[in-house]
Ligand binder design. Structure first.
Ligand code: PLP
Length: 365
């Protein structure tokens, strides 16, 4: 019998969430952001499924774009971090990739390469201070790109630092800086500013390109609420089975470091999942999960391959019982909170070890 840990990915849910993003910003075209293995959901499977629907995909870098092309994905693909070496511009031309451009070296490599690129997204540093040119440097960059004769269209893009915090005015400051810069360019230029949080809650420029990532996977960009509660359909269910049970006496200690002490007599279930699969090692005692549809909680330190779990009073776990680690009634956002992190990190650091099972629309009907 195979180890029973399975990540079930509902592709139809991802398509639904993509359409939902477009409905929220109906004047915009939308990337499907599938970097980092589609946030752990499987970039090739997700991109093949969405290929006929999306306006374009976005990945971090050329390796990710190449693996999608090699898998037969046809839509345009944007490199969000741009190129690292001049050779990559040649690959962009050959494979129809679009690229972000954020510094003088990338511009110089582009002009030197003499390739033709359909779209370049000039990245403006509007306040996050991570990547991009400033408002004074943007106009000469746009002029250089246009005068090069190598670029079909220049889009001005930026990224928000605090869009997930609705009480923080930094997003409004970034938007104002972006619009001032855009106007200073003297001619109309498309905009691309919005990640999931901005798509869902902020007023962003009409037209242009939105860049939904986490919301595609049904996960909330806002740490205090679940994806489902804001209209998204969670795409991943991580499930396993009970592989052992035992009766504990009050005061018995459990697991590495003997970090859980039974507060009374109860049954303990051992479940096949651990940090070697992507389940967070820092999940604390009490982290929620479900056994056979009933709420249960982590009891003891997470091992590489196993966790130990306590059921609610009256529920006696049996060998082979179905366990949901997240997905369904167990929001990944809740698990993340108990592990001191965010849903983004939990799904993105999934390893190759679980079985991955893909559900297509017909199977869900
Ligand atoms: C430049 C850029 N745009 C869009 C996204 C998607 O963001 P989110 O997953 O919050 O929607 C990311 C993700 O980090 C990004 O780096």
């Amino acid at each position: 019998m195979a180890r029973p840990l399975t990540a079930t990915i509902d592709l139809e849910a991802i398509l639904y969430n993509y359409r939902y993003a477009k409905k929220l910003q109906p004047t915009c075209k939308a990337f499907a952001v599938v970097k980092s293995n589609a946030y752990g959901h499987g970039a090739i499977e997700v991109s093949r499924y969405l290929d006929d629907e999306v306006d374009a995909f976005a990945v971090a870098a050329i390796e990710e774009a190449m693996s999608l092309r090699e898998a037969g994905v046809k839509s345009p693909i944007l490199l969000l971090e741009g190129v690292f070496e001049e050779d990559e511009w040649h690959l962009c031309e050959k494979h129809g990739f679009w690229s972000a451009l954020e510094n003088a070296q990338q511009l110089e490599a582009l002009t030197h390469s003499k390739v033709s690129i359909e779209k370049v997204f000039l990245k403006l540093d509007s306040g996050m201070h991570r990547l991009g040119v400033d408002k004074d440097t943007a106009p000469p960059f746009v002029t250089a790109l246009k005068n090069s004769g190598q670029v079909g269209e220049v889009v001005l893009m930026t990224h928000f630092a605090c869009a997930d915090d609705l009480s923080d005015s930094a997003t409004l400051d970034q938007l104002a800086y972006f619009e001032r810069t855009r106007q200073s360019l003297g001619e109309p230029i498309e905009a691309s500013v919005a990640n999931s949080a901005a798509i869902m809650k902020w007023q962003v420029p009409e037209g242009g390109w939105i860049r939904p990532g986490i919301m595609l996977y049904g996960i909330s960009p806002f740490s205090e609420v679940s994806g489902r509660s804001i209209g998204l359909r969670p795409a991943m269910t991580l499930s396993s089975k009970v592989i052992s049970t035992r009766s504990l006496r009050k005061g018995d200690h459990v697991g590495y470091g003997l970090g859980y002490v039974a507060p009374e007599d109860h049954v303990l279930a051992t479940v096949a999942v651990g940090y070697g699969d992507g389940y967070p090692r820092h999940a604390e005692n009490g982290t929620p999960l479900q056994i056979k549809g009933h709420l249960a909680s982590l009891a003891g330190r997470v091992s590489m391959d196993m966790i130990t779990v306590r059921t609610e009073e009256g529920d006696v776990p049996q060998m082979g019982d179905e366990v949901v680690l997240w997905g369904g009634e167990v929001p990944v956002e809740d698990v993340a909170r108990h592990a001191g992190t965010i849903g983004y990190e939990l799904v993105t650091r999934m390893t190759a070890r679980p079985h991955y099972r893909y559900l297509f629309g017909e199977e869900n009907a």
